[in-house]
Design a protein around this ligand. Structure first.
Ligand SMILES: [Fe+2]
Ligand SMILES: [Fe+2]
Length: 133
């Protein structure tokens, strides 16, 4: 199911950040495929990858914001921390076998990724990237 696909409107114009965002998209999209195929043991592995990639990406992005003395960097970091916390909680619930609707989990991940990039990360374009029309 083409629930989530990369689109160039997500580009910031910073090659490393864009590559990391693309990788996060791939992982969420793969997660969605695996949910459809009903492979529970694979889900845990993808979520672990996703968590690691997200933590590394957020750290990198925050470092760039720090270097640029971006005025919104503290608030942006707080949002990253919140996302990681939510992801950890949902992953733990899933692994413990607690009830968790996979459909709502996929929806959460898709919103998590697209909303954050489209609403928050795009603000970084003037700092690290180029204005893309
Ligand atoms: Fe961000
Ligand atoms: Fe980002």
């Amino acid at each position: 199911m083409a629930y989530l696909s990369w689109h160039d409107r997500y580009l910031l114009g910073h090659p490393a950040l864009d590559a990391q965002h693309r990788k996060l998209f791939e992982l969420v999209s793969h997660f969605d495929d695996v949910v459809q195929m009903d492979m529970p043991e694979e889900l845990g592995r993808i979520l672990d990858d996703l968590l690691l990639c997200a933590i590394e990406h957020f750290r990198y992005e925050e470092e760039l914001m720090e270097q640029a003395r971006h005025p919104g960097r503290l608030e942006h970091r707080r949002m990253h921390q919140e996302l990681i916390q939510q992801l950890k909680e949902m992953t733990a619930r899933m692994k413990e076998g607690g009830y968790l609707s996979m459909k709502s989990f996929v929806r959460f991940l898709v919103d998590w990724l697209t909303n954050h990039i489209m609403r928050e990360d795009v603000e970084l374009r003037p700092y690290f990237g180029t204005k893309l029309e």
